[in-house]
Write a protein that binds this ligand. Sequence first.
Ligand code: 8YV
Length: 306
Amino acid sequence: MSRPKVLALASLKPAAMQDKLLADYNVVHDIDAADDVKIVLTSGASGLSAAQMARMPALELIAVNGVGVDAVDLVEARRRGIRVTTTPDVLSSAVAEMAIGLALATGRRIAEGDRFVRAGSWAAGDKPALGRPVLQGRAGILGYGRIGRRLADLLRGLEIDVLYTARSEKQNAPDGFRADAAALANDCTLLFVTAAGGAETRGLVDATVLQALGADGILVNVARGPVVDSDALAYALQTGIIAGAGLDVFDDEPSVPQALIDAPNCVLTPHLGSATDAARAAMAALVLDNIAAHVEGRPLPTPFEG
Ligand code: 8YV
């Protein structure tokens, strides 16, 4: 039997998973050679646009190596009956851990301290700037999905009170609900953004929310860049409206606005949320399981249910 064709717009990690993909499927990378392709593998960041789908009249499955589907045109996929799968749960701990790491790096000036040592400033007798305590007080979680709830579990374990905002209050949630982002920011000093990207959340963290977070506040974004208004954020960092920010995601990755690069007390990382060997291996295994299930006509293990 000939191997099913897969258009791969993303690769799998670790290498053994990519090897398995290459062994089991006829993998092509050029969309111009995909007019008969039924399966696309893409990443959360790359997604698949309606224009790309239009070039694949036979498309049946979009397997996303990630949980974000904001870059997939879901309306078009639904209209054409194209199925979409993601990799939920297996990356939640990795992203939640990254969020806490960014909060610590920002509040305790860890990245700045590293640069200070390497630049020879410590050896030259200069004094590093003081940081601020991080693991205390109240944390707010904007977006109480799988990643947000995992983060809440970890924060509660660190004896931090957790508040959240979501579309609606969750029954039996262990954390306090706030109706909107500004109310949440007003009541916490650590604000974590874990909400899904897309039109509904674009610019949710704006100048008003940053003002509410306040001069002692730290913002962490491990979700999608556009959820935060980056101009308002750069201004808030420059003028001390908030104390600092840890950012793993940006509007137009991999480019980062100069205003954020220049902003004081802002820790920048290159979309590392799910980038651990264990999380990426588990994500790749789910991608391969979903593709195999589709090819064999079995129920999809993790269809996107939006
Ligand atoms: C991945 C992500 O880094 O899950 C997502 O939506 O953004 C990340 O986990 C990305 O999908 C690359 O594989």
